[in-house]
Ligand binder design. Structure first.
Ligand SMILES: *[C@@H]1O[C@H](CO)[C@@H](O)[C@H](O)[C@H]1NC(C)=O
Ligand SMILES: *[C@@H]1O[C@H](CO)[C@@H](O)[C@H](O)[C@H]1NC(C)=O
Ligand SMILES: *[C@@H]1O[C@H](CO)[C@@H](O)[C@H](O)[C@H]1NC(C)=O
Ligand SMILES: *[C@@H]1O[C@H](CO)[C@@H](O)[C@H](O)[C@H]1NC(C)=O
Ligand SMILES: *[C@@H]1O[C@H](CO)[C@@H](O)[C@H](O)[C@H]1NC(C)=O
Length: 495
């Protein structure tokens, strides 16, 4: 999930009605046999054992200890769900849910404590080998993210993702992972949510807004492409897997049918999804980004665009490096056209130049201000991917609901899963979108970045006040289990 504040301009006046009055009918089509249902987590959010067995500090270990008050409830993830030690318990729960896959991330700091590939920490490698073996023994496919927000602090000390060597560091790390785990992993993810990593995540101490975001993005794309080419050239033939970048955001719904609002929503789609998606599928930044950032940079007094130009070699290197389209999505944002923002200091928001806000009369998550229950947005989003990116295979790598209590009686989460999946099934059936799997965020209540333990996304409750970190299944997990086992959302389905 998303670390830190998710920038959202709050709604003052809603110009569009989003009524809950009409309950859409749930799809009664069986999901295909080979459609994969799963659950997901990430290393820093669940593992704990932050300084055990040779692991070094990630930027999150460092910041939570160094900066008092950075986390809402003053917590950290030193122990979190204690999953490093309790991984067998987690796999038993996945087995009970009946999932076909488990998506988790590797802690770079556990595998390469120096950040570099000179010293491989065998204890760290063996931990993940054990986890993967446990999954396979239970017929659960491992799907593995290389990097999910937890950059080694030692690399941050060298400029982190702003250092042009970042792609090389990442490639070296990826090689160790492909060599160590690749025989058992058929789905790899390079980087989780580059958009978040390059905006509200940690970039470096001296981040310059509207400049470093774009440099970070270029380095992320080059790092992703480096890992893809490495896999393609040296591992694919032998290991037979697939590899993709995990993009995230919302569906952007125009605030009205006016041409201006429709254009504003399309612009925001390109600035967020297209920022990474366009270079991968077309080779270069979206035209609207090139035009707007060049225009504003000039007026701001820069002698060239703040958006770094990609060379022909870089364009060719990045293009075509997604074996499938991996998506984290939770909600819908409403977008309205505004006057051109005034020229002052550079900013990504002003480069986009629209008003974006959340639906005011949708069910709101009690713990995450950006999260509204808008299931129909997902169907529109999937159709957009089909049209924009040449009808790719789509794997939903995250989707889920947060409350603030972690209560076992979690009807809203159950309805969220049901209605989102129904819209996904409709996108497949009625719009011909090739969705190949769905992954629920999250298996467990866990450390939700800046929200600490105040936001609960788990379909399984974790008692953070007990040293045992006792896991208890919530009501939604029984519904999700039925879906995983029957591939059907309602009582009776048809093919
Ligand atoms: C799933 O099966 C369908 C029908 O046999 C096939 O067209 C599709 O390519 C398969 N998808 C995957 C991801 O294997
Ligand atoms: C955070 O990282 C810096 C740089 O590596 C290090 O000097 C410092 O001791 C770390 N802080 C904490 C609290 O661990
Ligand atoms: C813009 O200025 C920078 C230094 O301030 C320089 O490196 C760069 O070459 C200049 N670009 C152009 C297009 O003149
Ligand atoms: C923790 O688990 C142990 C072993 O199952 C049990 O004996 C103990 O009572 C548990 N403690 C708490 C606080 O739940
Ligand atoms: C599925 O839904 C359609 C449309 O509502 C209905 O005609 C059909 O009978 C349903 N099939 C089953 C097996 O319930």
């Amino acid at each position: 999930m998303l670390p830190f504040l998710y920038f959202v301009l709050l709604l003052t006046v809603s110009s569009f009605g989003f009524s809950l009055a009409e309950k859409p009918q749930l799809s009664n089509k069986t999901f295909p046999k080979n459609f994969s249902f799963g659950a997901t987590t990430s290393a820093y959010q669940i593992e704990g054992a932050w300084n055990l067995d040779g692991k070094s500090q990630s930027v999150w270990d460092n910041a939570t200890h160094r900066i008092p008050g950075i986390i809402k409830d003053l917590s950290n993830a030193d122990i979190a769900c204690d999953s490093y030690l309790k991984y067998k318990e987690d796999v038993a729960l996945l087995k009970a849910l009946g999932v076909q896959h488990y998506r988790f991330s590797l802690a770079w700091t556990r595998i390469l404590p120096t950040g570099f590939a000179d010293e491989v920490n065998e204890i760290g490698v063996n931990h993940y080998k054990n986890l993967i073996r446990e999954l396979k023994n239970n017929q659960i496919q491992p799907m593995v993210t290389l990097y999910h927000q937890d950059l080694p602090q030692v690399l941050m000390d060298r400029g982190g993702t702003l250092n042009p060597l970042f792609p090389k560091w990442f490639e070296d790390y990826a090689r160790v992972c492909f060599e160590s785990f690749g025989d058992d992993v058929k789905h790899w993810f390079t980087i989780n949510e580059p958009y978040i990593d390059c905006t509200v995540g940690f970039i470096s101490g001296g981040l310059r807004e509207g400049i470093d975001n774009y440099i970070c993005a270029k380095h992320h794309l080059m790092a992703h492409a480096a890992a893809w080419h490495l896999y393609d050239n040296e591992f694919r033939a032998r290991q037979g897997g697939k590899i993709a970048l995990v993009l995230n955001s919302d569906w952007m719904e125009p605030a009205s049918h006016s041409a201006e609002d429709v254009t504003a929503a399309a612009t925001r789609m390109q600035f967020i999804w297209g920022w990474f998606g366009h270079p991968i599928y077309y080779g270069d930044w979206p035209d609207i980004m090139k035009t707007r950032i060049a225009m504003r940079s000039k007026l701001e007094g820069f002698n060239e665009s703040r958006l770094p130009e990609l060379t022909q070699e870089e364009i060719a290197y990045i293009k075509g490096t997604n074996d499938f389209f991996a998506v984290n999505t939770y909600t819908t944002t409403i977008v309205q056209a505004i006057e051109e923002p005034e020229i002052s200091s550079p900013s990504l928001d002003k480069d986009i130049g629209v008003n974006a806000y959340q639906c005011s009369d949708c069910i709101a998550s009690p713990s995450m201000s950006w999260l509204k229950f808008v299931p129909w947005g997902t169907r529109k989003l999937l159709k957009w991917f089909k049209d924009e990116y040449f009808n790719p295979d789509i794997l939903i790598t995250e989707n889920g609901w947060a409350d603030g209590t972690g209560q076992l009686d979690d009807d809203v989460r159950e309805n969220y899963i049901k209605e989102y999946l129904s819209n996904i099934r409709d996108a497949m059936e009625k719009d011909g979108v090739k969705v190949i799997g769905y992954t629920l965020w999250s298996l467990l209540d866990n450390f939700e970045w800046a929200s600490g333990f105040t936001a609960k996304f788990g379909t399984i409750q974790v008692d953070f006040s007990s040293p045992n970190r006792t896991r208890t299944r919530k009501k939604s997990s029984f519904y999700y289990e039925r879906v995983c086992r029957t591939h059907c959302l309602v009582g009776t389905c048809e093919e």
